[in-house]
Write a new protein. Structure first.
Length: 115
C-alpha cells in the first residue's frame, strides 16, 4: 500500500490549494478515503472523508463550505480542494485509506498559509 500526497505549499490567506493523494498497491475503490491534518503542537485532526464510491462526504466544522474532498477511482486518486485558506489551516496534511482490515497513511504534504 502506498499513498503519496502532493500539492502543498505556501499560499496567502484567502488563497486556494488543491491537494492530491495518489494511491497504489491496493483496491482503491474499496477504501474510504480521508484527509487529516496536524499543526505543530496539536493532535492530528480529521478534515474530510469520502465514501468508497464518492457518494457521501463529511467535513470538520472548521472547513465546511471552504474545502471539498473528491475522488477519481479510475485514477486511484483522492483530492482536497481548499479555498479561502486561513492561517489556522496551516498544517501537514495526510491522506488516509481505511477499510475494516487495514488503515494506511501517506507521508504528508505541508501547507503554509501566510502573507
Amino acid at each position: 500500500v502506498q499513498l503519496v500526497e502532493s500539492g502543498g505549499g505556501l499560499v496567502q490567506p484567502g488563497g486556494s490549494l488543491r491537494l492530491s493523494c495518489a494511491a497504489s498497491g491496493f483496491a482503491f475503490s474499496s477504501y474510504v478515503m480521508s484527509w487529516y491534518r496536524q499543526a505543530p503542537g496539536k493532535e492530528r485532526e480529521l478534515v474530510a472523508t469520502i465514501t468508497r464510491a464518492g457518494g457521501s462526504t463529511n467535513y470538520a466544522d472548521s472547513v465546511k463550505g471552504r474545502f471539498t474532498i473528491s475522488r477519481d477511482n479510475a485514477k486511484n486518486t483522492v483530492y482536497l480542494q481548499m479555498n479561502s485558506l486561513k492561517p489556522e489551516d496551516a498544517a501537514v496534511y495526510y491522506c488516509q485509506a481505511y477499510s475494516p482490515r487495514q488503515t494506511s497513511w501517506g507521508q504528508g504534504t505541508q501547507v503554509t498559509v501566510s502573507s
